[in-house]
Design a protein around this ligand. Structure first.
Ligand code: NAG
Ligand code: NAG
Length: 140
């Protein structure tokens, strides 16, 4: 009983729903993302996780993998366990807390290799669209 209570408190504390402008500011000013890319990132995060740092997506039909956190990073290659391949050298569980610094490090690695096209939600919802609504009333 005590353990269950403790776990739910920890889960509650670590979970965070970002406001889109807050995330935009943090990506640019804290994590040095390029200003001209930030609308793409906000669109991507909206459609990947709805700004939920604890989101877990899957299982993906093609390989039963899961996607973790704000950026829905896939556990087939990038983190572990369950798979041994761990390109970002991090625990998948650490992608589902409210500290996004480690997520961002992994995101950079994925982006350097694949660009935005690594993210299905970006291809389906953001590529080639007018992204101005995602940054509406945002001063970054
Ligand atoms: C965030 O994601 C977690 C894990 O999927 C879920 O339990 C929680 O309800 C979500 N929060 C919101 C506000 O949707
Ligand atoms: C993005 O959209 C353009 C057309 O608007 C298309 O040519 C391109 O292949 C798309 N890129 C990806 C990665 O889907």
């Amino acid at each position: 009983m005590y353990t269950i209570l403790l776990i739910s408190i920890l889960t509650f504390v670590e979970s965070k729903i970002y406001d889109s402008c807050e995330l935009a500011k943090e990506l640019v000013h804290k994590h040095d993302f390029a200003k001209q890319d930030v609308a793409n990132w906000i669109c991507l995060v909206k459609h990947e996780s709805e700004f939920n740092t604890t989101a877990k997506g899957g299982p993906n039909g093609y390989d039963n993998s899961y996607d973790h956190g704000l950026f829905q990073i896939n556990d087939h290659y990038w983190c572990a366990p369950p798979e041994e391949i761990n390109e970002c050298n991090m625990r998948c569980d650490d992608l589902r807390n409210d500290d996004i610094t480690d997520d961002v490090k992994c995101v950079r690695k994925i982006f350097d290799i694949h660009g935005f096209s690594a993210w299905t939600a970006w291809k389906n919802h953001c590529n080639g669209t007018d992204l101005s609504s995602y940054m509406k009333d945002c001063q970054i």
